[in-house]
Each structure stands twice: as structure tokens, then as C-alpha cells.
Design a protein around this ligand. Structure first.
Ligand code: C5P
Length: 222
């Protein structure tokens, strides 16, 4: 990334998984190392931005110079992101937010009883979609990890959630994705697309930040 392409801009990034508790000792989560979000924070900082990170539980070193708010649940992440979104220029939703959480969180440990059991789940609030709906919305970037029909789902997200850009990646292929050091993106915005081939996540973050800066600056700093 060219130094300074995000100078004087506030970039808010969400990263890592969320935990949706069933009881004090159990939770539902998503597979996510947080590596991509943290690499994006570092790349945005190098591009001159003031960077805030809202992070789920991860094992990543805190990038120096980045302000981090740690959260656990999707509801906590929602509140932490919405508290900063309206005074941010760019929001990058790189967190693997749980789509559903248990309707009831038991106060005591659930005991083993019947042979079969079931969980009642409810949808979590969509952080990215709600940020994009703000009257004073930042430029929004979302992610899409798909096993099939990648372009169709990415395009649908772009329009349904009304976000500025979607970075989509294949999952369940040989390389890239979850715990991997590497990934590749198909990037979509309203009138165009580009591909970032398989590379190290730090490299990929630099490239994605540079594309985001170009789009943001085209729109807002002509
Ligand atoms: O629709 P889907 O969940 O696949 O969209 C993924 C994108 O939406 C990611 O950028 C993710 O961080 C964001 N998301 C969110 N809040 C949710 C679910 C997903 O911000 N509750």
C-alpha cells in the first residue's frame, strides 16, 4: 500500500469469531482465527489511517498503534461497532459473526438428560447491514465465504445489505480460508470487480486496503 492513501481517515474493522453462550460453560462459535482482520488493521495503519478494531476472542498479537475493543457475543460486537461506525470513514466487517444465537442462556450448566435434544436459535442482528443503513454510513466492506455460487451470493450481499464492496473467498478448497496463512479474493463493487490471487494474508490485506482506498478516494476525495 502506498503510504498515506488513508491519511486522516478513521477505519473501523471487526475481526475474529463471536461466542453465543448456551450456559456458563458452552457456546456456539464460528471457525475464525482473526488473522485477516488483524492483517487489515496493520495494513490500514501503514496506509496512514487511524484504526479501531472490534475483536472477538482470538490469538493474535495486538498491532501497535491500533485501538482494540474486545467482545465475545454477536450482540456485544453489534453494540461496540455501532458505537463507532457513525464517526468512521470506512467500516470493514471481517468478523465471523454467528448468524444465530440461543434464545435462552441458562444460568447454570445444562445437565445431560434425554438421548436427543435440540436448541432453539434466533437470528443475530446483522452488523454490516445496519452500519450500511446509517444516515451517516461509512464506506462499508463485507466478506463472503462460500462453498458454491460465489459470485451470485456476493452480488446479492452487495445489493441486499447495500454495502460498498464485498470480498468473497472460496471455502473447502485446497488452499486458503479459515486457519490458513493464505487466501484469495474475488472482489465486487457496484460497477466492477477484480481478483486477488492466492497469497499470504498480510500481502492480501495490503492489496485489499489499496483497492478500498482507491474506491473510497474516487467517491469522497475527488
Ligand atoms: O450474510 P453473511 O453473514 O454471509 O455476510 C457476511 C458478512 O456480513 C461479513 O462481512 C460479516 O462480518 C457480516 N455479518 C455481520 N453481522 C452478522 C452476520 C454477518 O456483520 N450478524
Amino acid at each position: 500500500t502506498k503510504a498515506g492513501v488513508l491519511q486522516n481517515l478513521k477505519v473501523l474493522i471487526s475481526a475474529g469469531p463471536t461466542r453465543e453462550y448456551l450456559d456458563p460453560v458452552r457456546f456456539i462459535t464460528n471457525r475464525s482465527s482473526g488473522k485477516m482482520g488483524y492483517a487489515l488493521a496493520t495494513a490500514a495503519l501503514r496506509a496512514g489511517a487511524q484504526v479501531s478494531l472490534v475483536s472477538g476472542p482470538v490469538n493474535q498479537p495486538a498491532p501497535m498503534g491500533v485501538e482494540i475493543v474486545f467482545v465475545e457475543t454477536a450482540a456485544e460486537m453489534y453494540d461496540a461497532v455501532l458505537a463507532q461506525a457513525d464517526h468512521s470513514d470506512i467500516y470493514i466487517g471481517a468478523a465471523a459473526v454467528a448468524d444465530y444465537s440461543p434464545v435462552a442462556v441458562e444460568k447454570t450448566k445444562i445437565k445431560k438428560q434425554a438421548e436427543q435434544t435440540s436448541l432453539i436459535l434466533q437470528k443475530t442482528k446483522d452488523i454490516l447491514a445496519d452500519v450500511a443503513l446509517l444516515s451517516n454510513a461509512p464506506f462499508t466492506v463485507g466478506f463472503a465465504a462460500e462453498t458454491n455460487d460465489l459470485e451470485a451470493y456476493a452480488q446479492e450481499k452487495l445489493y441486499k445489505k447495500n454495502v460498498g464492496m464485498i470480498a468473497a473467498n472460496w471455502v473447502g478448497r485446497e488452499q486458503g480460508g479459515f486457519d490458513s496463512e493464505q487466501n484469495a479474493f474475488e472482489i465486487f463493487w457496484h460497477n466492477g470487480r477484480t481478483s486477488l490471487p492466492m497469497t499470504d494474508k498480510n500481502q492480501l490485506a495490503e492489496q485489499l486496503i489499496s483497492i478500498i482506498a482507491t474506491k473510497f478516494n474516487e467517491k469522497n476525495r475527488v
